[in-house]
Design a protein around this ligand. Structure first.
Ligand code: NI
Length: 193
């Protein structure tokens, strides 16, 4: 299960899809979360959302400190009561090389479920809510590229183009369907009754 799981990169269309709520809390979900935590750790990230491994379900994992015991898994997260704003730099494991200042709510209340389906509720301010907002963006098909203003887009243009070229080289578009010759007119008027 999930042996071939890997982090997918911009502009893979699966990153732009709306992810679906989780309603089955089974071993498959547990294994997925654990594989995602491993991938996140290997890539030295602080958070990873399920669509970033090609699974369009509403789940993300994170570890804000890098400490072994600090892994967190959130299923079906909902962000409530945003308060204040703060701008800070963000990166994304699906957009290697991209760094961008993003304005996020400073304080947020998060409601979610854990891997057993049990309800979680947390309120935090600062770094944690920034990760919650970034990962919840992923579940809605929103990437850092969608948060770029014209200046950031210009500054990151070269890297974005390189990522597009890489993606196209690995995923060539299917060949166009063979052209069928238009049929000659059937000469309907000549047909006998
Ligand atoms: Ni990301």
């Amino acid at each position: 299960m999930f042996e071939d799981l890997k982090i997918i990169l911009y502009p893979d269309p699966r990153l732009k899809k709306m992810s679906q709520p989780v309603d089955v809390f089974d071993d498959r979900l547990r294994v997925l979360a654990s594989c995602m935590l491993n991938l996140m750790r290997e890539a030295k990230g602080v958070g990873l959302a399920a669509p970033q491994v090609g699974e369009n379900i509403r789940l993300f994992v994170m570890n804000p400190t890098g400490e072994p015991g600090a892994d967190r898994v959130y299923v079906n997260p909902v962000l409530l009561d945003p308060d204040g704003e703060e701008e800070s730099e963000e990166g994304c494991l699906s957009l290697p090389g991209i760094h961008l200042n993003v304005v996020r709510s400073k304080q947020i209340r998060l409601q979610a479920q854990d891997l057993d389906g049990k309800r979680i509720e947390e309120v935090a301010s600062g770094f944690l809510p920034r990760v919650w907002q970034h990962e919840t963006d992923h579940l809605n098909g929103t990437l850092l590229t969608d948060r770029m203003g014209p200046v950031a887009r210009m500054a990151n243009r070269r890297i974005l183009n390189e990522l597009k070229e890489q993606y196209e080289a690995l995923n060539p578009p299917p060949p166009p369907p063979p052209k069928t010759k238009p049929k000659p007119p059937t000469g309907r008027n000549k047909r006998k009754p």
